[in-house]
Design a protein around this ligand. Sequence first.
Ligand code: BES
Ligand code: MN
Ligand code: ZN
Length: 493
Amino acid sequence: MPLSISFAAEKLPSKGSLIIAVPDGGKLAPLAKQLDKTTGGAISRAIQIKKFKGKAGASFSLLAPAKTTLDRIVVIGVGDPKKLTAVDAEKFGGTVLSTVEKTDGAATLLLEPMKAALSDADLAARAATGAYLRDYKFDAYKTINKPKGGLSRLSIASKAAAGARKVFAEYKAIASGTIVARDLVNEPSNILTPPEFAKRARALSKLGVKVEVLGEAQMKKLGMGSLLGVGLGSQHPSQLVVTQWNGAAKSKKPLAFVGKGVCFDTGGISIKPSAGMEDMKGDMGGAAAVTGLMHTLASRKAKVNVVGILGLVENMPDGKAQRPGDIVTSMSGQTIEVLNTDAEGRLVLADALWYTQKRFKPEFMIDLATLTGAIMVALGQEFAGMFTNSDELAARLTQVGNDEGEKVWRMPLSDTFDKMINTPNADMKNIGGRYGGSSTAAQFLQRFTNDVPWVHLDIAGTAMGSPKNAISRTWASGYGVRLLDRLVKAYYE
Ligand code: BES
Ligand code: MN
Ligand code: ZN
């Protein structure tokens, strides 16, 4: 059962767990002080014994505190309220949940006013968002040894409860989109085939999103030889999903988001080594982020026109699979010599990007793709690689990425990288040289953008195999949804 999160008036509860938020310095606010008195000073003594100073993330618990009917009192640090960012407030909420998630029943977080850099309402709503994201688990397939019980309700007691409730309705739409993306990325590939993914994308229509699914016959008619070549070895047909959210006037150009959706990447005939290959169930992280983003934008009825395109394929070795050395013709008419069947993501995006700009004439296109191992070598797991022909989009994404804690780092495109994908046998080849693998991959994509303002986000390091943190505990982080929702909200609504 997902955790239920609510907001209530600033009052001391009489049951369950109580979490007291304490800012830098370790001083108790009035209501907490009153409770301390009731307990005969147990809380303030514990603060001294622990040398607790209210540092962000520090916490301790008192069980069955005397003279109260509470199960426990948890004291947790907020850090310096004046320096608190939205990201900090979410981390704080995640940490709050961690202190009580295994306890049964209900918990109350007492957030007394603390003159923070965020308004009290925003602080409470951000903390709720952090708790909500942290609570996400991927355990649907566990039938034995599944942890039972645990926290069922978290109430946040604040003077700003009404305001927080309102803000949280929007934040919850954003976090839900992140969870949609996490679920898709965590799902194994025997379940989440391209047709199954398309079916799940169709569910967006319940939120008012227009969804079309193009099958192989339609894609063949459109000339998508590049995308279709990747799926030749699979038993599951490739799909191109076109989703549209129209929240603004018809005359407004749409924003376009395009996701790589390789439901499993064995490498194809250029097969990958077996160690770690299971991670390639997450090679649809780009398509998952686009799906989650559409979910969010529709849920919060964003006043903007957006298209979300998913290129869904499975890359398998087979008698029918494409071979190294094959030459395919893309929808753009440009031919590609496939020298490595494991460089398949760019082949999928080549046709998806061309189709997107041709059909929708978008304001810009942003693609998300778990495209290269090289981006992880360059940037690790905290930053997505950003490649773009627009300085304006680069600046905006950098800003919103920092604000939302889904960071990007700009990487270079250049003529030198572009030349590296030339080949005598066709218009281009699908691999570059030994070096700069993420840039040559981006350069390949750029040849299919038709000079539309465009950003490529290489999310190989950020979408999957994610290190656990305060607000994300599973293999899939859901990276990209919050970044792009914020971009839309800040600049295009
Ligand atoms: N899906 C992989 C990239 C990847 C690797 C994502 C590890 C996440 C974790 C992509 O299709 C791929 O295989 N890329 C190759 C490109 C090479 C053949 C030019 C790579 O990065 O090795
Ligand atoms: Mn590959
Ligand atoms: Zn791949």
